[in-house]
Write a protein that binds this ligand. Structure first.
Ligand code: PLP
Length: 399
């Protein structure tokens, strides 16, 4: 049988073909007018994609580089910070803030659950300098209540930093309206290009904070990067090919919005929401349990394997039978869950095929209770018919 390799992981995600071509053609030097024009356009598009008027900064690094920048630039040793965590990426905030000598308070929920704003409120004293959180915790598939937590910080001096590395393109945000001071994205997620770029927007309050904070920073110096970005340059050699790819990806997303990038971003989020709902309903119809049923993200769906089965068998089944890479659980969750991504370049066809493959894989493990062929597909089809039907009606009634 012919087998195509496919990624269904929450980063790296499948690559947009036009972006791949743009990368291959990006044979330009970064201290030229051509590059400055490209970079300035990409930075402006990044603002629109994030949905903010705040300045945007970009680094040649994985997403964690921008997370580190949000700690080293915004804190001094001994500063009290509050980390909201319910998974591996929340734990990364804790490690990062500790590495920079912060006095780290934690508000947590167990894996698979979200952290309630009331729990955050209980730990939010006036001396908390920064709150660090995820929009979507990719290790568990949970979505956190960014809006609810942001509203607790209104009128205080506490900054809010959101790792939206899998949140952007899968979640609707009002960055400036809610008061998100720093929001972070990464290239290998919903923007459909390879790993290697981190980007973030930074509020006026946060820029002001940086004038007095004392932690050391050099490569990930936000203020230095902002100054150069204003001239269409980066401080050091930028990831030129990835920036060309990102320009192309934003054009694709703009086309999704019929020429309007902000509308395209909304369409991209709605697409992820639909694919995620198709997957959740399919899993339930196959008598599988969701790991994060109360607050599921549209970025990634975490599913428990049938009782007594190691989730690695399902991951292996996808790889061996279909050449498809899905994710096992991270850390202690290894063997306990499997994860399927919906962020970025995934569509109806991909999602239906994934559900069909899941039915087959469960069949190979031979668990009759979980495999009546077509049950997962039927549930997914019904979600699509409903979502596509209401989209058609909305278009018809607007004419
Ligand atoms: C992918 C991801 C990151 C960044 O990881 P890198 O490997 O540094 O790119 C951070 N947070 C979340 C929620 C992620 O999904």
């Amino acid at each position: 049988m012919l087998i195509k390799s496919r990624l269904f992981t929450p980063g790296p995600t499948p690559l947009l073909p036009s972006a791949q071509l743009a990368m291959a053609a990006a044979d330009i030097h970064h201290r030229t007018a051509d590059f400055r024009a490209l970079y300035s356009r990409v930075l402006a598009d990044t603002q629109t994609f994030i949905g903010t008027k705040n300045d945007v900064v970009m680094f040649a690094s994985s997403g964690t580089g921008a997370m580190e920048a949000a700690v080293s630039n915004l804190t001094s040793p001994g500063d009290k910070v509050l980390v909201v965590t319910a998974g591996k990426f929340g734990e990364r905030w804790k490690s990062l803030a500790s590495a920079y000598g912060c006095n780290v308070e934690v508000v947590s929920a167990e894996y698979g659950k979200t952290v309630e704003p009331d729990a955050v409120k209980a730990k939010l004293t006036p001396d908390v300098r920064v709150v660090y959180m995820q929009a979507t915790e990719s290790s568990t598939g949970v979505r956190h209540d960014v809006r609810g937590i942001a509203s607790l910080l209104k009128g205080t001096d506490t900054l809010l930093v959101v790792d939206a590395i899998t949140g952007l393109g899968t979640t609707h945000f009002d960055v400036d309206g809610w008061g998100i001071d720093v929001i972070i994205g990464g290239s290998q997620k919903a923007v459909m290009i390879p790993p290697g770029l981190a980007y973030c927007s930074v509020s006026e309050r946060a820029w002001k904070r940086m004038e007095t904070t004392k932690n050391p920073r050099f490569y990930f110096d936000l203020r230095k990067e902002r100054k150069n970005a204003a001239k269409g340059e980066s401080s050091y050699t930028p990831a030129i090919a990835l920036i060309a790819a990102l320009a192309s990806a934003f054009d694709f997303i703009r086309n999704m919005g019929k020429g309007d990038l902000a509308a395209g971003r909304v369409a991209l989020v709605n697409n992820a929401e639909m694919c995620a709902e198709m997957m959740r309903e399919a899993a339930l119809a196959l008598k599988l349990q969701l790991f994060a049923p109360d607050a599921p993200s549209a970025a990634v769906t975490s599913i428990l394997p049938p009782a007594g089965v190691d989730s690695g068998r399902i991951v292996k089944g996808f790889r061996d039978e279909f050449g498809a890479v899905i994710s096992n659980g991270q850390g202690e969750m290894k063997g306990q869950i499997f994860r399927m991504a919906h962020l970025g370049y995934f569509d109806y066809m991909d999602t239906i095929a994934t559900v069909g493959a899941l039915e087959q894989v469960l069949g190979v493990i031979s668990l009759p209770k979980h495999v009546e062929f077509g049950q997962g597909l039927k549930a997914a089809q019904e979600v699509f018919a409903r979502v596509a039907g209401s989209a058609r009606n909305a278009v018809a009634s607007s004419k």
